[in-house]
Design a protein around this ligand. Sequence first.
Ligand code: ATP
Ligand code: MG
Length: 439
Amino acid sequence: MQGLLKEWRRTHYSKNVNSDLKEKEIIIMGWIHEIRDLGGIIFVLVRDRDGMIQVTAPTKEVDDEIVKQIRNFRKESVVAIKGTVQESGKAPNGVEIIPSEIQILNLANQPLPMDPTEKVKAEIDTRLDSRFLDLRKQNVSSIFKIKSQMLRTVRDFFYNNEFVEINTPKLVASATEGGTELFPITYFEREAFLGQSPQLYKQIMMSSGMDRVFEIAQIFRAEEHDTLRHLNEVVSIDMEASFMDDIDVIKILNNMIQQVLIDIKTNCSEALEILEHEIEIPECNFPIVRYDDAVDIVNSKGVEMEWGEDLSRAGEKALGDTMDGFYFLTEWPSEIKPFYVMPNKEDPTKSHAFDLMYKDLEISSGATRVHQYDLLVEKIAEKGLNPDAFKSYLKAFEYGMPPHAGWGVGADRLTMVLTGTNNIRETVLFPRDRRRLTP
Ligand code: ATP
Ligand code: MG
């Protein structure tokens, strides 16, 4: 019995074919990107994950059967091509393949719902409707190569710093912080919700003695607004560490981002080039702007902001005009931060909460947490929430909860910064927004 592909196996990706392989027979596999039939000679560009290779068929020199096969090619069909490598001044990589045998593995239908060669530009909605085709474009797949490197660096960073990777439930009984940003679901005969944050679980884990934990997982927010930086399902990189405070975890976040930038600059140079994006490695310590000073900066830019208010979009933009690159915003008012944020001992109107910003984009929120049971109950009630609804969370604070701190980074927003994209939909394979639930 004949196996898959007549026992053919790919010998090379396009990027690995170069003049060192001159006169050698190789097998490439990929998609038909472009066909140019000049009569006496046919040029076919075959594309794979990392690039393209030219297949050149002088019609008098190659087999008639091959010429016939090539003339039947349809764009974006999947092929396997066996042939000999030759030098060629005009082809990508300076080499071409003279085919000796071709297998058409799957014919693509015509017309294509969108053009992956980008001769015709498509709107984001058309692109997302045919995301698999959209991803065949190198400028699109490059975003996800960079995102993958980022996630790899983040994981390595945590492991190198003695963190334990955890998984917490995404089906939850009640809200993390109250609020209306929850997706209700039917859980047998009860109502439940999709998790908006692993916050309460990673805190419970501090009482487990695990000491340092992290999780990379989806969070769900029923936010109705339609912006370039919000989606309803995103990936959150969360950490929590015992016997640490905001200063400690700011340092950890700073170091992690620094490592991500270095690794991407080093390992993703091709993807960055395709995206025409440059990564700058900032000074070791990102600047710290206290909330009080942020209010002054925002007002000085003509955007009204009172002490105690959250940053408006205009406020974020005003700050972003002043601050270049990454910076921390610290000492937020307690009033606008969740109940689990530790208030400042001397001045409880202020808190030990911080954000990491990149220009006008919030990348992360974190804080020293309240670890004292009585204070926590008080703060829950203060926020107008019912402590009874938090019983299983509060229990962990009754029997030896260490002081702790942590943060959550929006992985998709961080990817926006790393790839120089301004729409979060570009950094998520299958984005979920108010209007989109497919594919
Ligand atoms: P924003 O004020 O920008 O809406 P947030 O303060 O509500 O964000 P947090 O609850 O602090 O968000 O979540 C921590 C991080 O998770 C944010 O800094 C952001 O990077 C990311 N994040 C939260 N919600 C979203 C969302 N809807 N879309 C994309 N990223 C999000
Ligand atoms: Mg926040």
